[in-house]
Design a protein around this ligand. Structure first.
Ligand code: COA
Length: 199
């Protein structure tokens, strides 16, 4: 129990608690490993991620959680567990890779497949986008998706990202080459979206 609390507290120093209308975003910690394993081991989730293997074991989830916590300690990333604000239920994960020199970040997310299409990812992504520009003062945030990942494409559109281009067959996933689509938001564009009430 103490180890769990320690892990949670050390993450909290690097990733703040963030709230939105329905969600609590809190730093990923050791206590999330079982949920992470069972969510990512679901092929509906795993097939759409760019690097998680399948089957996805408890050991892999533990290593990922540990690496994310190292990353949070050295400032190269920040990952949050997405929970239901009312009851703490695990919903998914959202994170950023941080490139300090470029004043830029990359956005990552996945939602437990049983919770899809309830607007959770859009809500969590928007909260992180606000954090990236308002609290971290970044210049650019980018995101990519596999060309046929329509759910992710929709989330990205709802968040106001600008299309950049397609990297042809740049991802080899389970033996298949796939096109990857890139988008970004620059600080000025975020401020314009905020003016329009999208943020
Ligand atoms: C992408 C993902 C995170 C979206 O999570 P989510 O909580 O369901 O997203 P939201 O509910 O906020 O938005 C999904 C939107 O896509 C739409 N959508 C989903 N599947 C669709 C499909 N096959 N065709 C058209 N629209 C689709 C939904 O209707 C919804 O749009 P709406 O709110 O306008 O109705 C989730 O599908 C997931 O975890 N996928 C596997 C992992 C992944 O793809 N991660 C991202 C890697 S880039």
């Amino acid at each position: 129990m103490c180890a769990l609390v320690d892990s949670w507290l050390s993450g909290l120093k690097k990733a703040p608690l963030l709230c939105s209308a329905r969600l609590l975003l809190r730093p990923v910690c050791a206590g999330d490993v079982e949920h992470i394993q069972s969510s990512v081991n679901d092929r509906r989730v795993c097939d759409n991620l760019s690097y998680m293997p399948h089957p996805y074991t408890m050991e892999m989830a533990e290593i990922w959680t540990r690496n994310v916590n190292y990353g949070m300690a050295n400032g190269s990333c920040c990952y949050w567990t997405i929970c239901d604000k009312k009851n703490g239920k695990f919903i998914g994960s959202v994170g950023i890779s941080i490139y300090k020199e470029q004043e830029g970040c990359e956005l990552h997310y996945w939602i437990n497949a049983d919770e899809w299409n309830r607007g959770y990812c859009t809500e969590a992504a928007k909260r992180i986008i606000t954090h990236v520009f308002e609290d971290l003062n970044m210049h650019r945030l980018y995101v990519t998706h596999r060309e046929n990942n329509i759910a992710s494409k929709t989330v990205i559109a709802k968040c106001g990202f600008v299309f950049e281009g397609i990297s042809r067959e740049s991802l080899k996933r389970f033996g298949q080459f796939e096109n990857v689509v890139s988008y970004s938001v620059l600080r000025d564009e975020y401020l314009a979206l905020k003016e329009k009430g999208i943020y």
